[in-house]
Ligand binder design. Structure first.
Ligand code: GLY
Length: 597
């Protein structure tokens, strides 16, 4: 079905022996979690884990997964189903991702056994300037986060249509149809939906179109109320007939008029000039034991692929899987600090700055960085790289932004797609008459050196604002193949700056510890992003592990849980008439579903 032309950049890791004995000797495994409930609930809750022979979709909302499966059963392939699922998410969870935002997708072609990636991330408007979010005193304002000035040129519709143009089997109208029905007929408001509106109500209800779309005259919808989005249904109907309507037609004119009325920069010219970009994914090998996997993930302008591979390859020679749980987390955290320090300095849009991807993944460089890691002591951020005195700690413990979906079809083609409007409900505005929630992706640029974005991430010149430039992302849609090039795992997550570390830990647990995807998704997580110099541990950790980390000099904040990952793995079939079957799971921290047939 799929035909690929792009070359794939591979970064092989030579097996470099590292003195494993420098790390603590093996100890009897301790339970990972404080209590078994999270693991048990992931296994026993039917909608969170599924096993199917033919095709599967995992997504953040059960009705979105169902929309994708409906398309698979109608003869669609993984791309068709991913488009239907993504558009359904745009209707069901517009606070997380949608047609007013952008994203990245990876596709795996079971025939050629290659992976290709599509960048449909938002771009800065033509009128954007480097210091546009600084006031007269050079201080950062909140205009990169809230209101029309925060909006970057959306890429979702162009990206999904481009993927369909290349690979779709069903008609475009057919794959858009489930989203139109959800918007026109409505759906019951979920707890996540009600919570997201409540969290952003002040801003949302100050914008007349957003107030109309997401309240009854300013009164919030409650759990179970039916939400119908007639403007969005009409927009999707126009897009089904002609996707270019978003960039050159009635929808484009409506967005531009709204921008002009409320002081945004985005114009019809910006929309007309938008183009998604096929990019080589960043790929590298990971050999935790006998088996060698190839991991492909999103290359810049996402930082996800580079740093996922950096962290995996930093750990690879250290015998990570056989260490005790505290030591495993210690090494995981120290690898995170190195990766996020590099992120702040070197990562940006490769069409504007020279991103040293190959150097950051070269074995010599990683050997040197690995040698810095101390097995028995946590290093401060300052020791990893000079600390930035201006950083502010803004990381929110939990947030509903961004959405990931994973699809595997009957031929074992796969799509791993992460998309977003950035913060919850994006810029907090809806373009009047369209029902479209507009992103605040401009905040993913470095507003000024050392000024953190909503995830507390800082950046440098590499991620400074420029016209038409793409803001740096952490989204990490990932596809893993085995030694023979067969699909093994597709995975991704929302979560802002925690996306990369979440995908890193899920991938490690599946590939290095051989956990099934449900257990890997349920496992407690750690997060460190170098700056702010703060270690976060999920509250479900066994206190013994927390103590072990404290004894190594870590100073953890144990609070909350984060991420809403999902994944599908290909495993040998239990039914002798099938060669393989699919095991899919969604994050027990979310309310998604793994559906299939
Ligand atoms: N907006 C979050 C990200 O792209 O990383």
């Amino acid at each position: 079905m799929f035909v690929f032309s792009s070359s794939v950049r591979r970064v092989s890791l030579l097996g470099i022996a590292i003195a494993l004995q420098a790390f603590s000797p093996l100890r009897a495994a301790e339970p990972e979690a404080n209590q078994l409930a999270p693991l048990e609930s992931a296994r026993s809750e039917p909608r969170q884990v599924a096993r199917h022979a033919t095709g599967m979709v995992t997504a953040a909302h059960p009705l979105a997964s169902e929309a994708g499966v409906e398309i698979l059963q109608a003869g669609g392939n993984a791309i068709d189903a991913a488009i239907a699922t993504a558009l359904a998410i745009s209707v069901l969870e517009p606070y997380s991702a949608g047609i007013g935002g952008g994203g990245f997708l990876l596709v795996y072609d079971a025939d050629s056994r290659e992976v290709r990636s599509l960048d449909f991330r938002e771009r800065a408007p033509i009128a954007a300037t480097r210091d546009m979010y600084l006031d007269a005193n050079g201080e950062a304002t909140d205009k990169s986060r809230t209101g029309h000035l925060a909006v970057a040129v959306p890429g979702t519709v162009a990206g999904l249509y481009e993927a369909h143009r290349e690979y779709g089997e069903l008609d475009w109208e057919t794959v858009v149809q489930p989203a139109i029905e959800l918007a026109a007929s409505g759906f019951p408001v979920s707890e996540r939906f009600a919570r997201s509106v409540n969290w952003r109500a002040e801003r949302l209800f100050a914008n007349p179109a957003a107030r109309d779309a997401f309240s009854r005259d300013g009164e919030q919808y409650e759990l179970g109320d039916r939400l119908v989005q007639p403007d969005l249904a009409a927009t999707l109907t126009r897009i089904a007939a002609d996707p270019d309507d978003f960039y050159r037609g009635e929808t484009a004119r409506a967005i531009a008029a709204d921008m002009a009325e409320f002081g945004g920069l985005l114009t019809v010219e910006d929309l007309e000039q938008y183009e998604p970009i096929w990019r080589d994914p960043v790929c590298g090998y990971f050999q935790p034991a006998d088996e060698r996997f190839e991991i492909c993930a999103m290359a810049p302008p996402s930082s996800g692929g580079v740093h996922l591979l950096q962290m995996l390859q930093l750990l690879e020679p250290l015998g990570w899987a056989s260490l005790d749980p505290g030591q495993r987390r210690h090494l995981t955290i120290e690898a995170m600090k190195i990766a996020y320090a590099d992120r702040a300095e070197y990562l940006g849009d490769p069409d504007f700055v020279d991103v040293p991807t190959e150097a950051l993944l070269s074995p010599d460089y990683l050997d040197a960085r690995r040698a810095e890691i101390e097995p028995d002591r946590a290093r401060s951020a300052e020791e990893v790289q000079p600390a930035n005195p201006q950083f502010l700690s803004n990381l929110r413990p939990e947030s509903p932004e961004t959405s990931h979906l994973t699809v595997v079809d009957r031929d074992r083609n796969a799509v791993s797609l992460t998309f977003t409007v950035n913060g919850g409900f994006g810029a907090g505005v809806v373009a009047a008459g369209t029902g479209i929630v507009l992103n605040n992706e401009m905040d993913d640029f470095a507003i000024a050196p050392g000024v953190p974005n909503i995830y507390g991430l800082i950046g440098s010149e590499a991620n400074a604002i420029a016209a038409r430039k793409t803001p740096l992302s952490s989204m990490t849609p990932t596809i893993v193949t085995d030694g023979a090039g067969n699909l093994r795992l597709a995975v991704g997550s929302p979560g802002g700056s925690t996306i990369i570390t979440t995908v890193f830990q899920v991938t490690l647990e599946v590939l290095a510890r051989d956990l099934d995807v449900a257990a890997a998704l349920a496992a407690p997580r750690v997060h460190h992003q170098w700056q702010p110099d703060r270690l976060r541990l999920e509250e479900s950790f066994n206190p013994a592990i927390v103590r072990a980390l404290e004894n190594l000099g870590h100073d953890p904040t144990v609070r909350g849980r984060w991420g809403n990952a999902n994944a599908i793995e290909v495993v040998p079939a239990t039914n002798p008439s099938d060669e393989t079957e699919l095991v899919g799971a969604v994050d027990p921290r979310g309310a998604g579903a793994a559906s299939g047939y």
